[in-house]
Design a binder for this molecule. Structure first.
Ligand code: LMR
Length: 373
């Protein structure tokens, strides 16, 4: 085909795809169209480079046209905006727009507006949304090793968990996610889980006996509650407030920020600082979508994600500290568990580690031994 004609055809194709992307607002077809755009650009430009002498004009024309393509990225999550994840998602959207001169618009859907976490992971795999940040626990049904983060008393500090995510544990889990066609972009943190209930202060496992706790959808968390003599009701985050209000459950475990932003203080009287487990998030995308983005866009988004992750780690502690005080101000009775009580909980919890050692396998369990409290 004549070179000029080929260029025009290419420009025409890119413009049409660009308009479709802008117009579709990130609907179900966005992923495929983005891939199609990228494929067209890469393949045709590459062909032209190798088959023509005077490639400069055509390459510049193609690059200039690709520079007009706009992208809408849908990011769904389940928590409120005034939480560590909610704030980091907003910051990512701002940075993504700033770093791409407005070519990328990240639409953030908080508060389970679009999906609960299970649905979000499926939607991501189908390409209906492009980013999600479920807690590690929520991947249990997809990648069973992700619930390793739920092992009670795994980490002593949030800083230690960050090191683990950046080290061999993170690499191991990253590979498992990749095997399931899920791409890990970052790990965000929230903080440690605390206990709330309506019966009384919890100082030892005996105080938790026979309470029915809501847990995230993770087998390890069910086993943890059973190990404490309590029972567990796995439930989507969006259903917890009503279940507490109606007495379907008596208790729940979550971070101060999730507890406060969901108003559990209105339906729960007792708050116990136990720091027994972490809520951390795997910020994930669909690898076909992400790798299908033009390189300049991907680089900008990678930078935006790195900065939003930094921002998340700065605000997570502050928000949780502030919310802890607000829960007390709202009338919850707070007891901070003493070392004796904590040790009783640790002792009651360790059988859970043994129960899951076969599920997680020797390689992962060996990595964990560095962290176990
Ligand atoms: C929960 O379900 O309790 C948490 O995973 C919610 C969240 O995203 O922090």
């Amino acid at each position: 085909m004549n070179k000029k004609l080929l260029s025009l055809l290419l420009i025409g194709l890119l413009t049409v795809f660009g308009l479709m992307l802008v117009g579709c607002g990130g609907d179900d077809t966005t992923t495929d169209e983005t891939e199609a755009t990228e494929d067209t650009m890469t393949d045709d430009t590459a062909t032209e480079d190798t088959t023509t002498e005077d490639t400069t004009t055509e390459d510049t024309e193609a690059a200039a046209t690709s520079g007009d393509v706009e992208y809408t990225i849908k990011f769904a999550h389940v928590v409120a905006e005034n939480t560590p994840k909610g704030q980091a998602a907003i910051e990512f959207a701002r940075l993504a727009s700033e770093k791409t001169n407005g070519r990328v618009e990240v639409e953030v859907y908080p508060n389970s507006q679009l999906y609960n976490d299970d649905e979000a992971i499926e939607a991501l795999q189908l390409g209906t949304i492009h980013l999600a940040a479920p807690s590690f626990s929520k991947f249990t049904g997809f990648v069973k090793e992700m619930q390793v983060v739920d092992l009670p008393f795994l980490f002593e500090s949030v800083e230690q968990s960050r090191e683990a995510f950046a080290g061999p544990m993170g690499e191991f889990l990253n590979q498992k996610l990749a095997d399931s066609n899920i791409m890990l972009l970052a790990a965000w943190d929230n903080g440690f889980k605390q206990l709330t209930n309506n019966r009384g202060p919890i100082n030892t496992p005996a105080d938790a006996e026979n309470l029915k706790f809501r847990v995230q959808e993770s087998d390890v968390l069910v086993s943890q509650m059973q190990a404490w003599g309590a029972s567990a009701e796995p439930m989507a985050f969006s259903e917890v407030y009503n279940a507490l209000e109606q007495g379907v459950i008596d208790a729940q475990e979550n971070t101060y920020s999730n507890t406060y932003s969901q108003n559990y203080q209105d339906v729960q009287d007792y708050l116990t600082e136990s720091n027994h487990g972490l809520i951390a998030y795997a910020v994930v995308t669909n690898p076909d979508f992400w790798n299908g983005l033009p390189e300049d866009i991907r680089t900008a988004l990678d930078e935006a994600m790195a900065e939003a992750t930094e921002y998340n780690s700065t605000v997570a502690g502050e928000i949780n500290d502030e919310n802890k005080q607000q829960l007390v101000d709202a009338g919850m009775e707070l007891n901070e568990m003493d070392e004796e009580g904590l040790q009783a909980f640790r002792d009651a919890s360790y059988p859970v580690w043994d129960e899951y050692s076969d599920v997680f396998g020797e390689e992962l369990m060996t990595i964990l031994e560095d962290y176990r409290q």
